[in-house]
Design a protein around this ligand. Structure first.
Ligand SMILES: Nc1ncnc2c1ncn2[C@@H]1O[C@H](COP(=O)(O)OP(=O)(O)O)[C@@H](O)[C@H]1O
Ligand SMILES: [Mg+2]
Length: 376
């Protein structure tokens, strides 16, 4: 096959911005929250609030998608106990001060400590940077409600639809046992980086170098697994986070295809996703299988929607599927015609943008755009 190998070829980078969105304020202290919310409102950054330890699970849900986390000193312990992955943009807002402040900051992985009222201007500056809007591409996660639901096909369709519309799209294969997204895209013979080259990395990767070294077809970059007899090595959470972050900085859209059993890498991706689409067929057993998946997802991310795939001969109403799973429908679609031939010919599942799959993908991309607009 003679692919270009690139183990360790993507250097770390510094200074590139992370994803934008609403800042997250975490405190059970009403007066502190009021003050932070006032500062946020003054910059036009509508904040998301987790009001104290009782509500602390909300921090996990937004941890990956918010650009800035302001943690009040009263909640530092509760946040530390969540043992979240380290990320940038975390600030401890401390009113106690002393040596203890630094220790609390370290425990939550905060980059800096701001005290009130002394650092009010600094906090206003950080909040103003959020109000400037997203600086990185959104990550969309796709999960199948059951095996064979059509999640991988939909993930490829989504990335391909965005690419066909002129966006730089990155497709990340997060399912080690999924069979390889490069095969579905038709990029298995294109040389470039595979997971084996990147799975040991963490921290900041250079977005432009990663983009240049990944296999690419029809403006779509894809990060997939090696094809071999052995089971692919699992990807560490830190590597998934580093890859997605570099993807966000170097592309206009990042789509990650996830397995239904979430490993550390999948949890990390869900943390980072602005939207997670669950693909469910209109089948009673399919909906039953999707229920625990949706339940598990609800603990990891807050922005969830359904892509309902009408299976031939089924009379189950998509609205009933949505009702039963308690999630909104992002799109519905019937079977994509000639899908197998198109994939066989190396053209990917999305041959026509106006087909069933193409239209459903456009609807999800519009929903994503709407969410971004609402946030900025
Ligand atoms: N939109 C679709 N239209 C028609 N057939 C589909 C569609 N999505 C998936 N399929 C069929 O289902 C099979 C499994 O799809 P896949 O995306 O691999 O499922 P999952 O990733 O959820 O396990 C595909 O090989 C294809 O035959
Ligand atoms: Mg799959």
């Amino acid at each position: 096959m003679g692919r270009r190998r690139g183990r360790g070829a993507v250097p770390p980078s510094a200074g590139e911005a992370t994803d934008g969105g609403r800042p997250l304020l975490v405190s059970g202290d009403g007066s502190l929250l009021d003050e932070l919310a006032r500062l946020a409102a003054a910059t036009g950054a509508a904040a998301e609030v987790v009001a104290g330890p009782a509500d602390i699970a909300g921090v996990r849900r937004s941890w990956g998608s918010t650009p800035l986390v302001l943690v009040g000193d009263d909640c530092a312990d509760a946040v530390a106990r969540l043992q979240l992955q380290r990320r940038g943009g975390v600030v401890l807002v401390d009113r106690v001060g002393g040596a203890g402040a630094l220790e609390r900051a370290l425990r939550i992985g905060a980059e800096q400590v701001c005290s009130l009222p002394a650092d009010r201007d600094r906090l206003a500056e950080l909040l103003a940077a959020c109000a400037d809007g997203p600086a990185g591409a959104p990550v969309v996660a796709v999960v199948g409600g059951r095996g064979g639901a059509g999640a991988s096909v939909f993930a490829v369709g989504l990335a391909a639809a965005a690419a066909a519309g002129g966006s730089r799209s990155l497709l990340v294969d997060g399912d080690p046992l999924g069979g390889g997204l490069d095969l579905l895209v038709g990029a298995e013979h294109v040389e470039g980086l595979r997971w084996a080259d990147l799975a040991g990395t963490s921290g900041r990767l250079s977005a432009s170098t990663m983009r240049d070294l990944l296999p690419s077809v029809r403006r779509l970059s894809v990060l997939s697994w090696e094809h071999g007899a052995s089971t692919p090595m699992p990807v560490p959470a830190a590597s998934m986070q580093a890859v997605l972050s570099a993807g966000q900085r170097g592309h206009d859209l990042v789509v990650v295809d996830l397995p239904r059993r979430f490993d550390a890498a999948a949890e990390s991706a869900l943390n980072q996703a602005a939207l997670t689409a669950v693909v469910v067929p209109t089948e009673v057993r399919g909906v039953a299988a999707a229920r625990p998946v949706v339940l598990a997802l609800g603990r990891l991310t807050s922005s969830l929607g359904l892509v309902v795939r009408r299976t031939d001969g089924s009379t189950l109403d998509p609205a009933l599927v949505a009702d039963s799973l308690g999630l909104p429908v992002l799109a519905t679609m019937r079977a994509e015609r000639h899908l197998a031939e198109s994939v066989e010919q190396g053209l990917g599942p999305l041959r026509h943008r106006r087909g069933q799959l193409g239209r459903a993908c456009s609807q999800v991309l519009s929903a994503l755009g709407g969410r971004k607009d609402a946030r900025s």
